[in-house]
Design a protein around this ligand. Structure first.
Ligand code: B12
Ligand code: SF4
Ligand code: SF4
Length: 264
């Protein structure tokens, strides 16, 4: 029954044993929403790649071209959690995406859905790293794949490490404050060096460089979920209603500041 309900919203999902991630939960306000006696994390992947040709002339990262995934996926998973609760009234089901205490890359790996890249991102064999991860945390038990995170790495070609303009990728993972994705989303003044990095990348929101160079992203499907096929906006726009966009969550000031860098 769970499988049938999940397959209505996502082409790829799996089950992660909560015991394997409970020591790595991310400190955040949402932590208290995790039910007592949680047993499993149902991990769902949401492909968003529209195909390389579709991004011609875009000034924002691919993840921000589609309608804000926090809203879209949040709603899909919330509705699914409600359906699961109807099917299994004695169990609890709580939906999360991104703003989540679940370390989503780790959970997706342990659910058997793919591997970790040296760039820190999760890579699925069919869709590459061009996916959002969402999850339903539940008291219900499922069958889990018998694997450890250490067994599941990318081919380690090192292309992402060489291509990263800020040297944010090391053998221990990402140094997030160096990452252009972090820099384009942070509030306040940017240094001249940070502004130059943004200008040189050509991207006013997020950064896709370490994913664009990844060979494991080359032969993957570009079949986004239905809801992402419509409503894509290749360029950041301000001054109009941007509330359904991923770059809106930091307020209009941050994206405006970044766009101005290209005019200077
Ligand atoms: C904070 C955050 C960021 C920060 C910091 C990123 C970071 N890697 O630390 C910033 C703003 C920089 C960021 C950027 C991006 N993010 Co982000 N981010 C998150 C968030 C909210 C939390 C991540 C976190 O703190 N995890 C906790 C730490 C402890 O986990 P971890 O990073 O996996 O740490 C492990 C590693 O260090 C690992 N480890 C140990 N040894 C080694 C050795 C090696 C070699 C490696 C690689 C790892 C490793 O052990 C740790 C414990 O498991 C997640 C959502 C979530 N709830 O997980 C999204 C998430 C990871 N982000 C996502 C996305 C899409 C992005 C961007 C691609 C957006 C963009 N285009 O600009 C970039 C990519 C940058 C990059 N290369 O990682 C997606 C990733 C999807 C995917 N395919 O993996 C997520 C899952 C959101 C989602 N719901 O889909 N992000
Ligand atoms: S570019 Fe190479 S090293 Fe980096 S994530 Fe992809 S396969 Fe791994
Ligand atoms: S997102 Fe950009 S800045 Fe961040 S690690 Fe990847 S290439 Fe480097």
């Amino acid at each position: 029954m769970t499988e049938k309900i999940l397959s209505e919203i996502t082409p790829v999902f799996g089950f992660c044993d909560f015991n394997k991630i409970k020591e790595s939960l991310i400190e955040c306000r949402a932590l208290k929403r995790i039910p007592q006696n949680t047993k499993s994390v149902i991990v769902a992947l949401f492909p968003y790649n529209l195909g390389e040709d579709a991004y011609e002339g875009s000034n924002i990262s691919k993840y921000a071209v589609v309608p804000d995934y926090h809203d879209v996926i949040g709603k899909l998973l919330q509705d699914t959690a409600t359906k699961l609760k109807e099917a299994y009234p004695e169990e609890e089901f709580v939906a999360f995406t991104d703003n989540s205490p679940i370390p989503e890359v780790k959970a997706a790996i342990l659910a058997g859905l793919g591997v970790r890249g040296l760039n820190g991102l999760f890579i699925n064999p069919s869709y590459g790293s061009w996916i959002f991860i969402g999850e339903i945390v539940t008291t219900k038990e499922y069958n889990y794949p018998d694997l450890t995170e250490a067994e599941t790495m990318c081919i380690k070609c090192g292309k992402c490490v060489s291509a990263c303009p800020t040297k944010a990728i090391s053998s221990n993972g990402i140094e997030s404050e160096l990452c252009l994705s972090f820099i384009t989303q942070k509030k306040g003044e940017l240094t001249d060096e940070q502004k130059k990095l943004i200008k040189d990348s050509g991207c006013a929101w997020g950064c896709d460089i370490c994913q664009n160079v990844c060979p494991m992203n080359k032969t993957v499907k570009s079949e986004p979920i239905e809801i992402f096929k419509n409503g894509a906006e290749l360029t950041a726009r301000t001054g109009t209603d941007i509330s359904d966009r991923a770059y809106a969550w930091r307020g209009e000031k941050v994206i405006k500041r970044n766009l101005k860098i290209f005019e200077e």
